[in-house]
Design a protein around this ligand. Structure first.
Ligand code: BES
Ligand code: MN
Ligand code: ZN
Length: 501
């Protein structure tokens, strides 16, 4: 898909469709809308007087051969309140427009720039919204597969001379959206093809394409390192576990090791979660192929970081395994010894994510991480607390959490902090070992975070529970249903913000 600027008048631009956003309560009495109204013989003003287009987000009106404009069709899209307009509005408008127009067979679209938000960031948001919007999780379809493409997007603007800003926005938008879509593709893939071994292969491909260092630990090396928690989970499966480590060391940053700042992104990579011996009910179990969305997000963020080149060291750690019941599987009552030396009583083999993350967090610290962000489809309880709308964030450092929430806000993602009072910690005390892997029904998301906190120890750490947000069950006008790639844009933004400081 090519994105370019055009400085002509909007009615002179040639395209299959011209997209114009409409704000809530707007009238066609000034500026571009007035001009558009005149050229369409009053269609706009007449329509705005009806309920068909009130400018609400999601409203769309499509007009064929709308009169005296060069584009073949006109697509009006509601953008909500003008004063609430932000980059996320742009992303949603772009997603809605591209999905809608693709379904009508349009190949090229022109879009009239109507906001005064920063050009570079607006273009970036538009490209992100368009590419994320066009993603379809249909790689296994042989019928009704979406084969149509939008080849060209033309941004109609009067900001002449802003070519550089435009080109930068287009490039960043591409890099980020492609990373998000890579993760969505991986989350969608069945566990029979996307095994831990295959995930490691995919990571190798990314590493070699974008010049990242990679190290894949096999079970023998994990055993040497004493990763008993991860290996405990992996024992029930015939698929060998892997610990995938990606390393990004930019020129100009302090080399890792010498007290340098190292941000670690640690993502849960359970390629399928049956629950193990504490087996899950059959209903919805097929969804548990996306239990590696944290690892996918880690790989995606590392891919984008390798291209955006912020000046800070970043490592991506992806513990990956399959959680299966079998004659060799770990069982409730077992005690595992984690790499850090802590002993863990297994109460429920379905609380496996925290076990593999425990060793991954310890390993990240050993590699010199000074800040750790882990992300995981960790608890069903986070959906009960926050629904499919907010990522749950917790951690051991309020300033760090605040920075991450700010980074999320800037890219239009919603993170909500849950408390970590010491009282919650009591719930995972074990009678026979240092801690247990399940604290029962109360505050399941927080006790899971407390479990991880025992392994982060003194290192600045935050945890993102994406179990409620990594999969969208409702189709949106701007996005297909299925894997969302949540938190990736926040991670990239956080790392870039941090490096720019
Ligand atoms: N992968 C699940 C969490 C999950 C549930 C993700 C639903 C996405 C949708 C995790 O491994 C799990 O099973 N957690 C248990 C923990 C409990 C046994 C303490 C849960 O949330 O029920
Ligand atoms: Mn589980
Ligand atoms: Zn799981």
């Amino acid at each position: 898909m090519e994105v370019k600027a055009d400085y002509a008048k909007f009615y002179e631009v040639e395209a299959d469709a011209l997209v114009v956003t409409i704000y809530e309560g707007e009238k066609a009495d000034e500026g571009a809308l007035k001009e558009l109204d005149e050229r369409t013989n009053g269609i706009i003003s007449e329509m705005l007087a009806t309920d068909e287009m009130r400018g609400k987000q999601g409203d769309t009106v499509f007009i064929y051969r709308p009169g005296n404009i060069r584009a073949k069709r006109l697509l009006l899209i509601g953008a909500g309140k003008r004063e609430e307009m932000n980059f996320d509005t742009i992303r949603k408008v772009a997603g809605t427009a591209t999905r809608f127009l693709r379904s009508k067979g349009a190949r090229s679209m022109a879009t009239l720039r109507r906001s005064h938000l920063d050009l570079e960031r607006s273009v970036q948001a538009f490209v992100e919204g368009a590419l994320m919007g066009l993603f379809e999780p249909d790689m296994y379809k042989t019928e009704n597969k979406e084969e149509r493409r939008i080849d060209e997007i033309i941004i109609v603007t009067s900001a002449e001379g802003a070519e550089d800003a435009l080109a930068r926005g287009v490039e960043r938008g591409h890099i980020i959206a492609e990373a998000v879509n890579l993760a969505r593709e991986l989350s969608n893939e069945p566990s029979s093809t996307l095994t831990p071994t295959e995930l490691a292969e995919r990571a190798r491909e990314v590493a070699s394409r974008y010049a990242l260092d990679i190290d894949v630990l096999d079970e023998a090396r994990m055993k040497e390192l004493g990763m008993g928690a991860l290996l405990g989970v992996a024992r029930g499966s015939d698929e060998p576990a892997k610990m995938i480590v990606l390393r990004y060391e930019p020129e100009g940053a302090e080399p890792m090791g010498n007290d340098a700042e190292v941000i670690a992104i640690v993502g849960k990579g359970i390629t399928f979660d049956t629950g193990g011996i504490s087996i899950k009910p059959a209903e919805n179990m097929e969804k548990m192929k996306y239990d590696m969305s944290g690892a996918a997000a880690t790989l995606a963020a590392m891919q984008a970081i390798a291209q955006l080149k912020p000046r800070v060291n970043v490592i991506g750690v992806m513990p990956t395994a399959e959680n299966m019941p079998s004659g060799r599987a770990y069982k409730p009552g077992d005690v595992l010894r984690a790499m850090s030396g802590k002993t863990i009583e297994v109460i429920n083999t379905d609380a496996e994510g925290r076990l593999i993350l425990a060793d991954a967090i310890t390993y990240a610290r050993k590699l010199g991480a000074t800040k750790i962000i882990d992300l995981a489809t960790l608890t069903g309880a986070v959906s009960i607390a926050l629904g499919p709308f907010n990522v749950g964030i917790m951690g051991n450092d309020e300033a760090f959490i605040a920075e991450l929430r700010q980074a999320a806000k800037e890219v239009g993602e919603r993170f909500w902090q849950l408390p970590m009072d010491d009282d919650y910690k009591e719930l995972i005390k074990s009678d026979i070992a240092d801690i247990k892997n399940s604290g029962g029904r109360y505050a399941g998301t927080i006790t899971a975070a407390w479990f991880l906190r025992h392994f982060a120890e003194e290192t600045t750490w935050a945890h993102l529970d994406i179990a409620g947000t990594a999969w969208e069950n409702d189709r949106k006008p701007y996005m297909a249903k299925g894997p969302t790639g949540v938190a990736i844009r926040t991670l990239i933004n956080y790392v870039c913000n941090h490096a720019a400081k």
